[in-house]
Design a protein. Structure first.
Length: 326
């Protein structure tokens, strides 16, 4: 009887016989399995494929907005509040994401609501401070400058008095004002130091532009808004035109009118032009100052008259030469 040939070991048996290879294979299978389980858990946890359309919350009371959000499996979060007298308190004014956007269930929608009344804040006492310090203190308190009035005084750009409406602010008297209110400042100025350079505010938001203008000892003039700008999107608007050009020298207390737009390309292009014009004005001003300094130095040395006389003589000599050659 013939012997049966020995049966060849299977591939799996061979792999099992090689300890290192077997262990590596087992680890690879385990890692792959864990990755698959994690992927499935993530799909379930995030409800992959499920979508919700964000409803329009604007114009409805907060309680109704919360009910509507719950019915759509969404969360509401009050991100900001404004005081718009035209609307009742608690009304939703704005939302993000906007109406109609598709999101996953459980997504948070950030809303802005209308305050029931404007918040009252204490007015800081700013008399005796520099204009820059006073401006910063008012801005930190949530207030702004209503108007700057300059009075002759040796302390240039130092606040002499401050008024809220007709009420003068004193160190002993504590007054409150609605957030965003303006405070009128009376500021000192040496009559010989009443000039300032206009800052570049093209491309800035209204808040930033106002701050720069006040810091330079100037007033904010009339603010013009392009179509489409309102209280809700005003923060996104940017200045594209200022009535007094940047680096122009003007008197302290002068007003700078502003024009704002929501068109980003428009404000960007306007800023590029304004930057170039400001550089040209600054260069021309520096040249004028150098000329003035040179004349002042000559005058101080008693040489101004002599220099002017020499210039006149050279001019007359040039005229004589021209007549000779004719």
């Amino acid at each position: 009887m013939k012997k049966q040939p020995a049966k060849k070991p299977s591939l799996w048996a061979k792999i099992r016989s090689i300890k290192l290879l077997y262990n590596l294979l087992v680890m690879a299978v385990l890692i792959l399995g864990l990755a698959l389980l994690a992927h499935l858990a993530m799909q379930i946890g995030t409800r992959h494929g499920a979508r919700r359309t964000v409803p329009d919350f604007a114009g409805i009371p907060l309680a109704e907005a919360e009910e509507l959000a719950a019915s759509c499996d969404l969360q509401l979060h009050i991100n900001d509040s404004l005081f718009v007298p035209a609307y009742e308190g608690g009304i939703v004014l704005d939302q993000l994401p906007e109406q109609g956007v598709e999101v996953k269930p459980g997504r948070t929608v950030y809303i802005t609501i209308n305050s029931f009344r404007q918040k009252m804040v204490p007015i800081p006492y700013v008399a005796g401070r520099s204009l820059r310090q006073a401006k910063n203190m008012l801005e930190i308190a949530g207030l702004e400058i209503e108007e700057l009035h300059y009075r002759p005084d040796m302390a240039t750009n130092y606040v002499l008095e401050a008024f809220y409406g007709r009420e003068q602010l004193t160190e002993e008297r504590e007054l409150q004002a609605e957030m965003g209110s303006g405070i009128t400042l009376y500021v000192g100025v040496d009559p010989e130091k009443d000039a300032t350079a206009v800052p570049l505010v093209v491309g800035l938001s209204l808040r930033e532009a106002k701050s720069r203008i006040w810091e330079s000892g100037l007033n904010v003039g009339k603010v013009h808004y392009d179509e489409g700008i309102n209280l809700l999107n005003q923060k996104e608007a940017r200045v594209y035109m200022q009535s007094l050009g940047a680096e122009q020298i003007t008197t302290l207390g002068s007003a700078v009118a502003l024009h704002l737009t929501l068109d980003g390309e428009k404000s960007k292009a306007a800023r590029e032009v304004a930057v170039k014009e400001a550089a040209e004005r600054a260069k021309a001003q520096a040249e004028m100052e150098r000329t003035a300094d040179s004349l002042a130095a000559l005058e101080g040395a008693g040489l101004l008259e002599e220099t002017l006389q020499r210039a006149v003589e050279q001019s007359e000599a040039a005229t004589t030469d021209d007549e000779f050659f004719e």
